[in-house]
Structure formats: C-alpha cells, structure tokens
Design a protein around this ligand. Structure first.
Ligand SMILES: [Zn+2]
Ligand SMILES: [Zn+2]
Length: 343
C-alpha cells in the first residue's frame, strides 16, 4: 500500500509498505479521508513526546471496513470514523469515560501507525467504542473533522462552558473555530476570538453567528474587553501556543472563571508565576485537556452528521495522498483553515 511515512524530523516520504493484515478480533480499513492536524505539522518539523520513527502520521481518520474479524454490529462495507486511541478498556479511567487518560493508551499516528495510508489495521481494542458508524452519504472529509471537534468537546467539558457565559478563545485557526462553533451550541452569551490573520478573520466572520473576532494587533485585547465586555470573561480557551497562561491572563477572568490550556504551551512558556491568592479569592480554575475520549468522538460525529455543527467551510484544502506535501504546507502557512487528504 502507499503511505506517507515520517522517517525523521522534516522527512515525510510517500512509500510502498506491505499491506497490513486484518488483526485477530479487529478489522482492516480502507482509509477514505485523513485531516491534517496542527500536531502533525509540529511532529513533522520537531517530533513529539509520543512519536517514534518511522511512523505513518494521521489521527483524524475516516475509513471503510474491508475485512472484519470483530464481533460487533458493524459489517464490511460500513463507513466509520475512528477514535485514534487504543486503550486497555479495564482501568478506572477507561471505565469512567476518560479512556484518553488510560495509563497504557496508545495513539494511532503517534505511538503506532495512522491514517495517511491506503489501509489501516484496526486492533480489537478499538471495538466497539472507538469505531463510529457513519451515514453512507456523509462527506468523508467533513467526518474527518469529528476527531478535532471531539478534542474541543473535551476541552469545553474541562472548562465547564455553560449557557449565558462569556468565552474568550485565543487563536482563530481550525481549532479556535471549532471551539467557537461549539461554544455557540452550548449557548454562550458572548464568544470572542483573538486572531491576527486576515483570511481567518474573514472566514470566521462569514461563517459564525455570535462570534466577535478581535485582532490584537489593532487593539490590545484587554482594552477591547474593558470597552466591549465588562473587562472580564468566564472562560478562556487557548487554541494557539502563542499565549502565556500567567498571572496577567488570570486577571481577565471573572470570579469563578476557568482557563483551559488546550493548546500545548510554546517552549519557554512551560513555567509561570501564578498568584495563588487570586485563585483562592476569585475561585478560579486552571485546567487542561489533551486529545479526546472515545465518547467525545461519538458526540462529535452526531453533531457533524446531524448538521448541529456546520463545519464544512473549515475545509479549505483537499488533496490526494500524492499531494500530502501540499496539504501540510496549507496547514503550516495558516492562510486557510483545514487540509484533508482524501485517499
Ligand atoms: Zn489532532
Ligand atoms: Zn485503560
């Protein structure tokens, strides 16, 4: 099969690999679509904590079952979306709906091979919870957005985004945009996205309803908040590494406010001085999220396929596997939003 293999930092190559076999108790899939994540771009350039070379990248996957050994309601020919985690299914985290926190979790496209390939061997651990049946007529590129949307569902669950609240999102790329759409769905009263890139600002303004986009290069965010939003917000979500979660950021939170460190902080911003008294007196919460649980993927598939979240406008580049360089450069240039490789 053809696959895009990362062989070392900066070395992403299209290779012929032996076709994988259908694992015992699992399934063999033909990949239909795999979206490019910011983490894929980061991994290609700099590696990642959970990455070992050589590796087929790609964890935002949609495929068709071509061979089945698992005993489930799914059958050969079914189109499915995948949770990229492979967890034990038995530990406390797995049993309480947080299988992304399983101590032995592996992630396809990180610790084992992922979806920028023609075929994928899906292990028995993925069944039944990690495989979500899709309607036959769904656009596979759209369904590939379910995994990043699931990550946003997880982040907003950690930050308890609720009806009537004021939510500030740093970064208006694909993740910031998905966070904004989800906050609209959660009934947030004010949604503010801080973004500097004009193309992204235009897209956000055209395709969202309740969202205010602020360009911090034009007006400092703090002054904007003081003038337009009473000075503070209930929730801050980081959807870019270019934000410092420090004492100054916490001053933008209302009493009871929450900040979710969703995007991994940039090197140099790993350690900050935080005023614990402000957390105590204002009952603030600093939380984080990494990836998503399998149940978040089920919710995300439902939201996208029912049209409750309309996200097709986020796909600004479609390529085939031979055009994977194009897909990666569209993402790393950050001019549009999301690239999807159709296989
Ligand atoms: Zn991702
Ligand atoms: Zn587990």
């Amino acid at each position: 099969m053809k696959a895009a293999v990362l062989k070392g930092p900066g070395l992403l190559e299209l290779d012929d690999l032996p076709d994988p076999l259908c694992p015992k108790g699992g399934a063999l899939l033909e990949i239909k679509a795999c979206a490019v994540c910011g983490t894929d771009v980061k991994m290609r350039e700099h590696g990642h904590r959970d990455l070992a070379y050589p590796r087929v990248l790609g964890h935002e996957m949609v495929g068709k079952i071509v061979e089945m050994d698992a005993n489930t309601h799914l059958a050969e020919g079914d189109k499915v979306q995948l949770w990229p985690g492979i967890a034990c299914g038995k530990c406390r985290s797995c049993l309480c709906g947080a299988d992304n926190r399983c101590p032995s979790v592996k992630i396809m496209g990180f610790n084992c091979d992922g979806g920028f390939a023609q075929l994928l061997a899906l292990p028995k651990e993925s069944f039944p919870g990690g495989v979500n049946l899709l309607p036959g007529n769904v656009d596979p590129a759209l369904a590939a957005l379910a995994e990043p949307l699931a990550c946003c569902i997880n982040g907003q669950e950690q930050a308890c985004v609720s009806k009537g609240e004021c939510v500030l999102i740093y970064g208006g790329g694909p993740i910031g945009a998905l966070h904004a759409l989800l906050a609209e769905l959660h009934g947030a009263d004010k949604i503010i996205v801080a973004e500097r890139l004009q193309d992204r600002i235009r897209l956000l303004e055209r395709h969202t309803h309740e969202v205010m986009v602020v360009d911090p290069a034009e007006m400092p965010l703090r002054s904007w908040l003081a003038a337009e939003a009473g000075g503070t917000v209930d929730v801050i979500l980081t959807a870019t590494p270019q934000v410092r979660v420090d004492g100054d950021l916490l001053k933008m939170l209302s009493p009871g406010g929450r900040v979710c460190i969703f995007s991994g902080p940039a090197p140099g911003n790993y350690q900050e001085q935080i005023d614990l008294c402000s957390i105590h007196y204002h009952e603030l919460t600093i939380t984080g999220s990494y990836g998503c649980a399998s149940r978040h993927n089920r919710q995300a598939v439902e939201l996208l396929t029912s049209g409750m979240i309309k996200a097709d406008w986020l796909i600004t580049k479609r390529t085939n596997l031979a055009g994977i360089e194009d897909a990666f450069s569209h993402s790393s240039k950050r001019a549009g939003m999301k690239s999807v490789v159709l296989i």
